[in-house]
Design a protein around this ligand. Structure first.
Ligand code: NAD
Length: 375
């Protein structure tokens, strides 16, 4: 089976779908790996590293895009890239299928079997293929470092001959995978951390990381299928904003990560809350791409509003391309092997992982939520 790894063409994308160590393991198992020249450059993996791992390097883009059985990518496709893929190819990548339903339709029309890593179930069985989680963990870590490097204060408490420095106060909103990693990282840097999430089940995890959980009784069910958060009522949103206002006010750093799958990010930090923060404080909004959790966020930009720095972070995992690619490569190669145990595709749609992740097959869009968006 010929498996292709291509250079990512999305602006700012530095990750690569397979790293040389993972290529070596796949080659040992009988896969033929074809890598587009320069595919790993931005993540600091050279063509020679891939060659040494047993991959073939293809100087022409067309050879990889048009000559492989399975194509592995990181970023969702740009529309014209769909045309470059040979009909009959299997594609495995982040695809943003709910944000790109017409592109999914186009993939189906071109008889491309497409697997979206966003749709891997969040279950223990699928954990090693869960690229949303691995990349969210990178984002949570990177968000805290970004906040620390933009904060004109220390994170840890310091007792020095020049006086005592109080530790920074960090407030994390949304304690999913990214939020929990942000809490752990901020704690390691010595900050005092508080966290809030509408899913009460995360309270223990937050506390076990040494942070204080901010409780808000919303009087409604906040958890949807799969353990995700629900899009709560307007009155619950209002109640949440009232409850977190005091915590935003006293924080030096606010990291927001709150998301509801398939919906715009909930607005949690209002302009008034930003204005109430101390000058020099920092907000890192990890939900920027989904519209942001903060009213002042500008996606992809760092702005100063009322002397508070607000960072509309986009694709933070790309900024840590080596480890983000390493984790992604582990996820995508596990899925590849799961789909092709004898180096041949075996798609059993009775399997919940294959059923959930496969968006298009045999000329049809088969994901019900994408189909709904198309009709
Ligand atoms: P996510 O990125 O969809 O959202 C981030 C966090 O924002 C979530 O914790 C969510 O509850 C929170 N949130 C949403 N609306 C909010 C609001 N209005 N106010 C405050 N917080 C709000 O979440 P995720 O990190 O992708 O995790 C989603 C679910 O998947 C969780 O239940 C998680 O435990 C589960 N999960 C399970 C596994 C596994 O079993 N292997 C792995 C990863 C995640």
């Amino acid at each position: 089976m010929k498996v292709g790894v291509v250079k990512e063409r999305e602006v700012g994308e530095q990750r690569v779908a397979l790293i040389p160590d993972v290529v070596a393991k796949l080659v040992q198992q009988g896969y033929h790996i074809c890598v587009e020249a320069g595919a790993g450059d931005m993540a600091h993996f050279s063509d020679d590293d891939y060659r040494a791992a047993g991959a073939d390097i293809y100087p022409s883009i067309e050879d990889v895009w048009g000559g492989v059985d399975v194509l592995l990518k990181v970023s969702p496709l740009r529309d014209r890239e769909v045309e470059w893929i040979r009909p009959g190819t299997t594609l495995i990548s982040f695809l943003n299928p709910l944000g790109n339903p017409w592109q999914m339709q186009h993939l189906a029309e071109r008889h491309i079997t497409a697997f979206a890593l966003e749709c891997i179930p969040r279950s223990s069985r699928a954990q090693s293929m869960d690229a949303l989680s691995s990349q969210a963990a990178v984002a949570g870590y990177a968000a805290v470092l970004l906040a620390a490097s933009n904060l004109p204060r220390f994170f840890p408490m310091l007792t020095t001959a020049a006086g005592t420095i109080a530790p920074a106060k960090v407030f994390v909103i949304g304690a999913g995978v990214a939020g929990l990693q942000a809490i752990a990282t901020a704690r390691r840097l010595g900050a005092v951390v508080e966290a809030f999430d509408i899913r009460p089940a995360v309270k223990e995890e937050v506390q076990s990381l040494g942070a204080k959980f901010v409780e808000v009784n919303l009087d409604e069910d906040t958890v949807a299928a799969g353990g995700y958060a629900k899009d709560v009522s307007e009155s619950a949103k209002h109640k949440t904003q009232e409850a977190i206002a005091a915590h935003v006010h006293s924080a030096d750093v606010v990291i927001t990560t709150a998301q509801v799958p398939g919906k715009p990010a909930p607005l949690l930090v209002t302009e008034r809350m930003v204005a109430s923060m101390k000058p020099g404080s920092v907000i890192v909004d990890l939900a920027a791409e989904q519209g942001g959790n903060c009213a002042c966020t500008e996606p992809g930009r760092s702005i100063c509003h009322q002397r508070v720095t607000i960072i509309g972070a986009i694709n933070l995992p790309s900024s840590m391309a080596i480890h983000a690619s390493q984790m992604y490569a582990k996820n995508i190669s596990t899925l590849l092997k799961y789909l092709s145990p004898n180096q041949e595709l075996q798609l059993n749609f009775g399997d919940d992982i294959i059923d959930a992740a496969c968006i298009t097959h045999e000329g049809q869009v088969r994901n019900p939520r994408v189909l709904q968006l198309l009709h």
